[in-house]
Structures are given as C-alpha cells and as structure tokens.
Design a binder for this molecule. Structure first.
Ligand SMILES: Nc1nc2c([nH]c(=O)n2[C@@H]2O[C@H](COP(=O)(O)OP(=O)(O)OP(=O)(O)O)[C@@H](O)[C@H]2O)c(=O)[nH]1
Ligand SMILES: [Mg+2]
Length: 316
C-alpha cells in the first residue's frame, strides 16, 4: 500500500472562544514544533475518547492557561482536512470562568481586540470562525406587507449586538436609502438582495444572493465587494456553487416546514447537518425557526439562526 492509500488520522478537538470584559479575545500561539506550529489559535486541544466536550474544554483550558471554566455553550463546529490530518473542531463560547489566562506551557497568550483578530495568521480550519466572530447570531428577514414606517420602527428595535437584518424586497424599493441610513446610524449590520452596486452605494455589510443571482454571479465581480457575500442555499448544488465562488456565508433552508413555502419538503436538522458538513462556510439555518433554536442550530453545524416573523420585533 502506498502512503497516499493510507487513511488520514482523524482527531476531535475542542477550543474556547474566551472574551474579557472589553470583548477582547484570548488567543495563544502554537509552539513551532507542533502541528500548524507558529500560528495563532483559540486555546484548546484533543478530546479524549468518551470525554464530554465541556469536560474536555475545561481540562484543556486548565492545563494550557490555568483557567477554571464553569460554563460554555456551542459556538460553531468546523470539519477540515489538512494534508496530514482530518480534524473536527468544536468551538465553544466560554461564558463563565475564573482566573487570568497565562501560557502554562510557555506559549505566548494575548488578549486581542475583535477588529484585530483577522490580522493574525491562523490554521486554515479557522477561516469560518474568524468571520463568524464578526457576524450576528440572528439574521432577521424583514417581513412582507409592512409600510416604510413599520419597517423603520422594527429596525430601531433590533439589537445590533446580536441581530443583523436582510432588507430582502426592500432592497430594490424607493425606501432603500432611508432604511439603509437607519441601519448605519444604529450600527445594525444589513444585507441587500442581489445587486452589488446598490450594496456598495449604501455601504451595506453584506450582499445576499438569491438562487438565480448565485448561479449567474462571477467570482471576479464578487471579489471586488468589501462586505460579506452570502448565498441562499437549498441543496448541495447551490452550496458547491457558493464554494466555487469563494462565498463565505450561506443561509440554508428550509429546516422546518414554513408558511412561506408550504410545498417544499423541509430538510430537518439531520438534513441540515448533512448538507453543511465538511463545507468551510458560516451557516445560518432558516425556515420555521425561532431565536430559541440557536443552540440546536449550533449543534447541527450552523453558526446562526435566521427567520422572518418569529424574529421581527413587535409582531405577535
Ligand atoms: N486548539 C486549537 N487547535 C486547532 C485550532 N485550529 C486548528 O486547526 N487546530 C488543530 O487542532 C489540533 C489541536 O490539537 P492540540 O495540539 O491543541 O492538542 P493538545 O492541546 O491536546 O496537545 P497535545 O497533543 O500536545 O497534548 C491541532 O492539529 C491543530 O493544528 C484552534 O483554533 N485551536
Ligand atoms: Mg492545545
């Protein structure tokens, strides 16, 4: 058997997203002699056979940083194939800990402001995580049938820390400039549908491509956009297209049955997990969900949840 026939070793890793009171992130630098040596990382390490993820994370962060972790929740999961290794990386948000992190194995450890995180050199598997850190956990689609004032009232009630907004059919309407101005004033991240020139003009945080626009787009054109491009995906064909275009974010639907598309068979969480597995994108789950589904979504490969009525403020 030649070396190329040998199956790659596979490991499961858990790593912590640790923040201080100012929102800075704790990063450490991998020792030169280790796998992906010299690169920055979220502290953590290999999960032992039979070990629960939160137990493994608490153990690793105690060994490496001297921290006492008492609370953590799923952030996102990335599966990546290095030339010499397959890794499943479970990133978890560390919500409660005691102690001040310090490099107990001699490794450099730093608190890095969020805006500077992407300037650090990370292992290739970390790419979706570095982006997800800058994205909202809820992606709110403006409902149909509202008048402009009702949309503005809703936008003013959204929480810019946690929520971003997709202007969908308002993207091509006469109110766009006014709505975009409200978003910019509030620091609310917003996506515009299909039209890159409009997204550039309005300084949108993102450009969201419907299936038709996704299939027609070119990588050269999208590469000129400074914001985050996302794609509407219902199947593996669309996801492969998004990957080929180097699009970093996908909104995958429908997870559950929805009133918007009663004739479409929902993916279910298993179908969602199967579609998103091994694809290095930041995924949002859409379709019949509410903000309460975030943890379930994250356990199935998503970073965030998306929706219309259940996410829009002031609609009962
Ligand atoms: N901890 C951590 N590991 C990462 C990240 N990204 C990434 O690709 N990895 C990979 O995941 C694996 C983590 O293993 P590790 O070397 O930290 O394992 P460990 O702490 O148990 O160390 P040990 O094997 O020396 O006991 C490495 O192959 C590393 O290259 C990351 O952000 N954090
Ligand atoms: Mg480690």
């Amino acid at each position: 058997m030649s070396a190329s026939d040998e199956p790659l070793p596979e490991i499961t890793v858990v790593a912590g997203i640790i923040r201080d009171g100012e929102g800075r992130l704790c990063l450490s630098r991998r020792p030169e002699h280790k796998h992906q040596g010299g690169l920055w990382e979220f502290p953590g390490g290999k999960v032992e056979p039979g070990e629960a993820l939160d137990v493994a994370l608490a153990r690793e962060l105690h060994e490496e940083l001297g921290l006492d972790v008492t609370g953590c929740e799923p952030f996102m999961t990335v599966r990546h194939r290095y030339p010499d290794l397959k890794v499943t990386l479970h990133f978890r948000e560390v919500s409660r800990y005691g102690g001040e992190p310090h490099g107990r194995e001699g490794q450099p450890v730093e608190w890095v402001p969020l805006a500077d995180v992407t300037e650090r050199a990370f292992p290739a598997a970390n790419r979706p995580v570095a982006l997800a850190l800058r994205l909202p956990q809820e992606w709110v689609v403006v409902p149909e049938g509202l008048d402009e004032q009702a949309v503005i009232t809703g936008l003013e009630r959204l929480d810019p820390q946690r929520q971003g907004v997709y202007l969908r059919n308002w993207s091509q309407g006469p109110s766009l400039s006014r709505l975009a101005a409200v978003c910019r004033e509030r620091g609310l991240r917003f996506w515009i549908r299909d039209d890159m020139a409009l997204a550039v003009r309005e300084e949108a945080s993102g450009l969201h491509l419907s299936r038709r626009a996704l299939m027609a787009a070119s990588a050269a054109e999208l590469g000129g956009f400074a914001g985050v491009v996302s794609a509407a995906c219902h199947d593996s064909r669309a996801l492969e297209r998004a990957l080929a275009l180097d699009i970093p974010m996908a909104v995958v639907s429908p997870v559950a049955a929805t009133a918007t598309h009663p004739d479409v068979v929902p993916l279910g969480w298993d179908g969602f997990a199967a579609l998103t597995e091994v694809r290095p994108l930041v995924f949002y789950a859409l379709g019949g969900l509410s903000p309460d589904d975030l943890t379930t979504a994250r356990e199935h490969g998503a970073y965030g949840v998306a929706g219309i009525r259940a996410f829009w403020p002031g609609v009962d």
